[in-house]
Design a protein around this ligand. Sequence first.
Ligand SMILES: [Zn+2]
Length: 107
Amino acid sequence: MTKDIRDTLALTDGVEHVFMASDPRVFFHSRLPKADVQTFLTDTFEPDELEAITDYEVVVLTSADWTPQVEGTDLAITCVQCENEVNDDGETLRLDGELYHLCCPSC
Ligand SMILES: [Zn+2]
């Protein structure tokens, strides 16, 4: 059920990040047009999902920083030139607003 709740949140307008904890708890970051959490929950979830939510807490965030890290994920970046995997020696260049990754300076 926690997974259903997570999946529902992930598809909900205004929800930007969803995290699942091992407890299990679900955390999400959302921009609510009105700070009406009760209405948001009843509008978003199916009745059985709502019933599974035993408790919730709302924290108003004053700022957020997000620093995506490539390292430690399964995401491999490949060189646009030779299709090798790009590692720490890789180069990144920006052309016409697009980011391109190269595995080595000679590429
Ligand atoms: Zn290359």
